[in-house]
Design a protein around this ligand. Structure first.
Ligand code: ZN
Length: 221
């Protein structure tokens, strides 16, 4: 039974947020998606998100967040900055300070406008690469702040918070979305859909999780 509630999913067209979209569609009667356009390296990311939302029949909002690029040029928004993992104790070059704070705040404003109680995000503390605003404690704190700021009772849902990449593939499979997520999502920093370039940090993480899950599934079947 689906809850007679409405949810807005923070949606990038990648593996994690697409899995969250399927998760929300299974749970809530009404689901809309929101994508933030901050001059991502690859406008293909927006196109990919649009295609997925269309295919799933989900109302899709694209909000202009180019100010983020103005505030914090980084490897996700500027092609002259290389994508690199952080050295010991350093954040990776893909880090945008306050990104989830801003995205979730704007998602909260949208949720208030469209009457959604739930805000769903694919943030994850397990593989969090050191991003402070992916941590559970931050999400809980922001949930309280959003509710106080708008006098609402939003619930921020984080279905992936404690999953590793292998378990995220498992969740997609349980939702009947394994092939869809594998073939139609874009995670690669080089803008290549599905299995990606196979070489960037995002592809490496995705592939390792996929391989681990596929081999575990073989053992189980
Ligand atoms: Zn890649």
């Amino acid at each position: 039974m689906k809850k007679k509630e409405k949810a807005v999913v923070v949606f990038s067209g990648g593996q994690d947020s697409t899995t969250c979209l399927f998760w929300a569609l299974e749970r809530f009667e009404e689901v809309e998606a929101v994508t933030f356009d901050y001059n991502q390296r690859h406008s293909l990311e927006i196109e990919c998100a649009q295609n997925i939302a269309k295919e799933l029949g989900v109302n899709h909002h694209i909000l202009d967040m180019s100010l983020l690029n103005q505030l914090a040029p980084n490897a996700l928004t500027r092609s002259d900055i290389a994508v690199a993992d952080g050295e010991d104790g350093e954040l990776p070059s893909t880090f945008v300070p306050g990104r989830n704070l801003l995205f979730l705040s704007f998602a909260g404003v949208l949720a208030s406008q469209i009457g959604a109680k739930h805000i769903v995000t694919g943030v994850c503390e397990t593989d969090f690469s050191g991003y402070p605003d992916c941590r559970d404690v931050f999400i809980k704190s922001l949930n309280v702040t959003l509710n106080l700021s708008m006098d609402q009772s939003f619930l921020i849902d984080t279905p992936l918070m404690w999953l590793n990449k292998e378990e995220t593939w498992e969740l997609a499979d349980q939702l009947g979305a394994f092939d869809f997520v594998r073939e139609k999502t874009l995670t690669c920093y080089n803008g290549i859909i599905s299995d990606g370039c196979g070489d960037c940090p995002a592809c490496n993480l995705r592939k390792k999780g996929l391989d681990d899950y596929v081999s575990r599934r073989k053992v189980l079947s």
